[in-house]
Design a protein around this ligand. Structure first.
Ligand SMILES: O=c1ccn([C@H]2C[C@H](O)[C@@H](CO)O2)c(=O)[nH]1
Ligand SMILES: [Zn+2]
Length: 132
């Protein structure tokens, strides 16, 4: 799969972000082994801590639609105002660790489309995982 397509999907996903508090639109695009792409945006709340990041929205949409742990092959995240490639928060890293293989490629993208390629393992080393 062309990474450009996943990157475009992440940019597209950011368009529907609900961000009245931060005005910081984020989009995520999650690719499955079958070639499906699940898009997610950040969704904020007046009670700030209830905000759902773009990454978790995409992951939860995929799981809710029947995709399973191990079905995922790549994630792209785009920050519309990110000066440097966006960096996922700790909550999202933990949720990624739940559903993604350690070596799954994660493409972090800045507003100028600078891309940093990393992995789940790099984002969350020595992860908590009760099942292992
Ligand atoms: O990787 C990230 C980083 C931040 N945000 C959101 C949370 C909040 O809505 C806004 C500003 O932090 O960006 C994401 O969705 N993903
Ligand atoms: Zn997050």
């Amino acid at each position: 799969m062309d990474i450009k397509k996943l990157q475009d999907a992440a940019v597209n996903a950011s368009k529907t972000a609900y961000v009245p508090y931060s005005d910081f639109q984020v989009g995520a695009a999650l690719l499955t082994i079958d070639g499906k792409i699940f898009e997610g945006c950040n969704i904020e709340n007046a009670s700030f801590g209830l905000t759902n990041c773009a990454e978790r929205t995409a992951i939860f949409k995929a799981i809710s639609d029947g995709e399973e742990k191990g079905d995922f092959v790549a994630l792209a995240v785009y920050g519309e105002k990110a000066v440097k490639p966006i960096s996922p928060c700790g909550a999202c890293r933990q949720v990624m660790a739940e559903f993604f293989d350690k070596d799954l490629p994660v493409y972090l993208i800045s507003k100028h489309l600078e891309v940093k390629k990393t992995t789940v393992e790099e984002l969350l080393p020595y992860q908590f995982d009760e099942l292992n």
